[in-house]
Design a protein. Structure first.
Length: 626
């Protein structure tokens, strides 16, 4: 009995001892229904509990170690991050900034401690703080771009992209905020550059066409709301192409820059000036009372062209033609306004340039007619509706028909005969004249060839338009036609007007010389109406002057005209030029011209311009007249 008890006690004390050494399992204790058995049971229960506690403790320790590792990793990530990171308390007072943020805003940690995040916003951005607070309350995060102060240089600022989000505790209460800041100054810079490219003209720095259109739309919608008028001015520099071509593109650029500067300095702050391309500028004059005010600003703007522009060693004079339209009076449609201003500008150009003109409904009608004629002209070219009439040129001394002037007619499908003054200027402004003109030269040369083959040694005079004359291909075209038709160039006369020779005198002389080299002769048409000075005249290699009809028509009633005609004849003789009088309608006129030694004449007195088939009996008629 003693033995048995002792054995059981020994086993229990061994188990207690093992427990003391941390061995928690496999005790061979009995649970007999006596005191010792109960003691054993209590011991095992207790040791199991200890067992569980120790296991739980171990788990906690492991978890804690894991968490610490993570926290260490996070804090490393935050401090080495290449984004600026700040942690604030729930009142947005800064508690922590990472080194990158210190560096980004050039402010040491001490400067941040306890300050509000908003303190780093520049003054203009302060209103954002309210927005941010509201957003954090509602959506609980905020994200946006803004300008921060960079100290120590108070002036300098930096664009950042800022994101703020809350940190919460277990009860979901906000305890902190974390703010990440990304330096986006370079993005902002390139954005600005892109805007610059998108909205401004690179050469002059003025607004460009697309920005101008935007502003025009805005102005229109304002004027539609009532009580607001504005004026749209369209500028086109006169003779810019000439300057560009003769002095080079660099000089042209310089000129544009200078003009842009001068125009801008004459505008009010609220007005917009844009370069629409090439040598075209446009201005929106905001809040205009009436046309009078728009006109007075236009003439002020025109003073920008008063002084010549210095380009290299040269002073260059330049002028502009300005078209003006007023909204909402003239129109409230964008395209229409632009069209109106353009029309008015062309009207200004037609009125001798260097001037401004307002849009008017009549201009619109004229433009519509022009458009109609233009499309009809194209059809005319396709359908060969043009024909040449010929007006005889008479030698009063020999009493002979010595030549013809070719004059174009347009026979419309309805059989009307359209005179050239109704369509030549449109053919000219649309460039169609080059095509038509080539046909005229060919047709006139064929006519000449036929006359010569019949034994009439007559000449033919062909009118050249400005566009044709300035066409570089002209000489070549004529040369080819001469070769093709086999005519003797000595019998060809080309008529050009004085105004075509003005402008770039040297280029004109060059062109004249090239033509002369073909063996043709050259005549200055409508002489006396232009403004050629004698000086220039001497330099032009021409053979003939044609006294304009306006001086002939009032002979013998207008003494002044008679004096002018006599003077022109005398001058022509001195310069050894042939002189022709056009528009002779009476015997008295012919007699006066003969008396003053002008022997070549043209006019209704001798013959109207006629179709070729009506000319056959003409030599005879004229011969019997004299
Ligand atoms: P222009 O070169 O001065 O031509 C003379 C114009 O005066 C012609 O008018 C002619 O018919 C007209 N005329 C001739 N004698 C008299 C007269 O005694 N009294 C009056 N009142 N008029 C007379 P047209 O044919 O209508 O031509 C008008 C203008 O059209 C021409 O003026 C010329 O500038 C232009 N033109 C005519 N044909 C051509 C052409 O083939 N090419 C080009 N580029 N222009 C042309
Ligand atoms: Ca002529
Ligand atoms: Ca003439």
């Amino acid at each position: 009995m003693h033995q048995i008890l002792l054995k059981r006690l020994k086993r229990l004390s061994l188990a207690v001892e093992r427990l003391g050494h941390g061995e928690l399992h496999s005790y061979f204790l009995d649970f007999k229904p006596d005191e010792l058995g109960m003691l054993n049971r209590a011991f095992v229960r207790m040791s199991n509990e200890i067992n569980q506690l120790v296991d739980g403790l171990q788990l906690k320790i492991n978890e804690k170690e894991q968490a610490e590792l993570l926290a260490r990793k996070l804090s490393k990530a935050v401090s080495f991050s290449s984004s600026g990171i700040a942690i604030t308390n729930k009142h947005l007072e800064v508690e922590y900034v990472n080194p990158y943020l210190e560096m980004m805003l050039e402010q040491p940690k001490q400067n941040w401690q306890g300050t509000l995040l908003f303190d780093f916003f520049i003054a203009d951005m302060q209103p954002l703080s309210d927005e941010i607070l509201k957003a954090l309350e509602m959506r609980q995060h905020w994200h946006g771009d803004l300008l921060l102060k960079v100290i120590p240089q108070e002036e300098s600022t930096k664009w950042v992209s800022l994101a703020i989000a809350p940190i919460r505790d277990e009860k979901a209460e906000v305890t902190h905020y974390v703010a990440t800041l990304q330096d986006i100054s370079f993005i902002k810079q390139s954005q600005k550059k892109m805007e610059q490219l998108a909205y401004y003209d690179a050469l002059t720095g003025l607004a460009n066409r697309s920005y101008f259109r935007d502003q025009l739309r805005k102005a229109i919608s304002m004027s539609q709301r009532g009580y607001y008028s504005f004026a749209l001015l369209y500028f086109d520099l006169d003779e810019f192409k000439l300057i560009n071509d003769t002095l080079g593109h660099d000089a042209g650029d310089e000129l544009l820059i200078e003009i842009a500067r001068r125009l801008k300095s004459r505008l009010r702050d609220d007005d917009l000036i844009a370069r629409l391309g090439g040598d075209e500028f446009a201005v929106i004059l905001s809040d205009i009372k009436d046309k009078v005010q728009a006109g007075s600003i236009a003439s002020k703007l025109q003073q920008a062209f008063l002084n010549p522009v210095r380009l290299g060693a040269q002073d260059v004079s330049i002028s502009a033609s300005i078209g003006i339209t007023v909204a909402p009076d003239d129109a409230v449609d964008e395209e229409l306004l632009l069209k109106h201003a353009d029309l008015a500008m062309y009207e200004a150009k037609a009125r001798g340039k260097n001037t401004y003109r307002f849009f008017s409904p009549q201009l619109n009608e004229a433009a519509n007619e022009r458009l109609l004629i233009e499309s009809q002209l194209r059809e005319g070219i396709r359908e060969q509706q043009f024909l040449l009439y010929y007006q005889p040129k008479i030698d009063l001394v020999a009493d002979m028909l010595v030549g013809y002037e070719a004059l174009i007619r347009w026979l419309r499908p309805d059989n009307t005969l359209v005179p050239p003054n109704r369509f030549i200027h449109i053919a000219e402004s649309t460039g169609l004249i080059v095509q038509i003109g080539e046909w005229i030269i060919l047709e006139a040369c064929r006519f000449l060839a036929r006359q010569h083959s019949r034994g009439y040694a007559v000449s033919v005079s062909i009118n050249l338009s400005a566009r044709q004359f300035h066409d570089e291909q002209l000489t070549q075209t004529i040369e080819q036609i001469i070769r093709r038709t086999g005519v003797d160039p000595a019998y060809l006369v080309f008529e050009i007007t004085e105004s075509m020779l003005m402008g770039d005198i040297d280029a004109a002389i060059k062109q004249l010389n090239q033509l002369k080299r073909l063996g043709v002769s050259l005549s200055i048409d409508d002489f006396g109406t232009g403004y050629s000075s004698l000086n220039y005249l001497k330099r032009f290699p021409v053979d003939e002057l044609k006294i304009d009809r306006s001086f002939v028509k009032d002979i013998p009633d207008d003494q002044n005209d008679m004096d002018i005609v006599a003077a022109i004849i005398a001058m022509a003789q001195k310069m050894q030029l042939r002189v022709v009088a056009e528009g002779v309608e009476s015997e008295v006129q012919a007699e006066f011209l003969k008396q003053n030694a002008c022997y070549l004449v043209q006019g209704y007195y001798y013959s109207m311009p006629l179709a070729e088939q009506e000319l056959s009996h003409l030599t005879f008629t004229i011969n019997t007249q004299g």
